[in-house]
Design a protein around this ligand. Structure first.
Ligand SMILES: [Zn+2]
Length: 403
């Protein structure tokens, strides 16, 4: 679309105030979530691969969610995210950027979907620790990289307090140099996935255990104020200018305080990055258009993998876990988007193995053959938590509505 046509499109849109009439305010709920303390809940899932502490969390430890959900009740239809006033301005205010190709975009027509008219697609994953990018969404990442999408991973912490989960790496010299080794592992995974990666510079909070729980270590990521911890992410969003951002849900995907904090700063940064009055010293405003949560370790998928193993006469590594793990249809209903990426599972596995301190090659994950993964559950699954564009659900693409 020519620039003049795009401008005309924007003027037409602004004249009928389409945005105000269709976008529903969700900020009060966002603010509420940000102000709540972390929960010990896991959303019916547990972190098989997670660094840090997967073997310390069992599904029996799961409790009902106590943090209100940003989208409200899960059985309500998703409500579109109403942009901040600066993002609303993006349709008529040239001072704010947003959308593919910077300002060179417009609406296909009144009430129609946002149309991509030029520019590159950029995807930002925000993760708590090195290795999370390889255990959550890595195959869809590889698919998007193959399609030419620019992918950046923001890693909140250095993973300094993560346990060594691979017995072969549990050696004194590894433990002594864990910070450096985890950086080297991240470098290797980054190369395998073909992504860019940036550290946000916060210190791993560790996984607190005990009753009562011990206080968080002083100065760690999860002990920071959300508005402070979100600042480097706001800066990164304004520099990288992603259309799509992903993170964990309000429970963190599993109850690690860094994962919950990762969610909180991402929601805050998604909101603030497009607001020219927020963090004015951190660059030109940029409003991402869609925010997703990973839904990786959910019951439906684990059951499918378990059944796939049994059907082939193989021993399922998930049998014990599933005995105590009941179906969670409410959680399954949160999934709005399934990205087909089975052909990239091999890349995902390589990236995961690059985090040698965090994954046991002889553990549960690699006990399931690649073909079983590919046949039993060929997608990676997401929840569209915020959107400033229209797209038909269920989606099969994180960029649905943008291209
Ligand atoms: Zn993690």
């Amino acid at each position: 679309m020519e620039k003049s046509a795009a401008l005309a499109c924007r003027r037409q849109l602004a004249s009928v105030d389409f945005v105000r009439s269709t976008w529903i305010v969700a900020f009060a709920e966002v603010a509420e979530v940000i102000s709540k303390p972390s929960s010990r809940d896991v959303t019916g899932g547990f972190d098989w691969m997670n660094a840090a502490h997967s073997n310390q969390v069992s599904p029996t430890a799961a409790t009902t969610a106590t943090i209100p959900m940003i989208n409200g009740r899960r059985d309500r239809p998703l409500r579109p995210y109403r942009a901040s006033r600066s993002a609303v301005g993006l349709v008529g205010d040239d001072s704010v950027n947003g959308g593919p190709g910077g300002r060179s975009w417009g609406w296909a027509g009144l009430g129609g979907p946002l149309c991509l008219v030029s520019g590159d697609l950029r995807l930002l994953h925000v993760h708590a620790h090195p290795d999370d990018e390889s255990s959550k969404g890595a195959a869809s990442t590889a698919r998007y990289v193959a399609e030419g999408v620019e992918v950046l991973v923001a890693t909140c912490t250095g993973g300094e307090r993560g346990s060594i989960l691979n017995p072969k790496m549990d050696r004194p010299e590894v433990l002594e140099n864990i910070s450096e080794i985890r950086r080297q592992e991240m470098d290797a995974a980054r190369e395998i996935l073909g992504i860019r990666q940036e550290w946000l510079g916060w210190v791993d909070s560790g996984f607190p255990e005990g009753d009562p729980l011990p206080p968080l270590p002083e100065g760690c990521f999860a002990a920071r104020k959300v508005e402070d911890a979100a600042a480097p992410l706001v800066k990164l969003i304004r520099e990288f200018r992603p259309q799509v951002v992903t993170t964990y849900d309000e429970n963190g995907g599993y109850p690690h305080p860094d994962h919950v904090m990762c969610h909180q700063i991402t929601v805050a940064a998604f909101e603030a990055a497009g607001d020219k009055d927020a963090y004015p010293e951190l660059g030109e405003p940029w409003q991402p258009l869609k925010l997703y949560y990973h839904h990786t370790f959910h019951y439906e998928r684990m059951k499918a993998l378990h059944d796939g193993m049994i059907a082939r006469g193989l021993e399922s590594p998930y049998a014990d876990r599933l005995k105590d793990w009941k179906p969670d249809p409410e959680n399954e209903r949160r999934i709005t988007t399934r990205v087909e990426c089975a052909q990239y599972f091999g890349i995902r596995d390589k990236a995961l193995l690059a985090h040698a301190t965090q994954i046991d090659p002889d553990g549960a994950w690699f006990a399931v053959p690649l073909e079983v993964h590919q046949e039993a559950w060929p997608t990676e699954d997401y929840e569209l938590a915020r959107s400033l564009v229209e797209s038909e659900q269920p989606e099969d693409d994180l960029f649905a509505g943008l291209r």
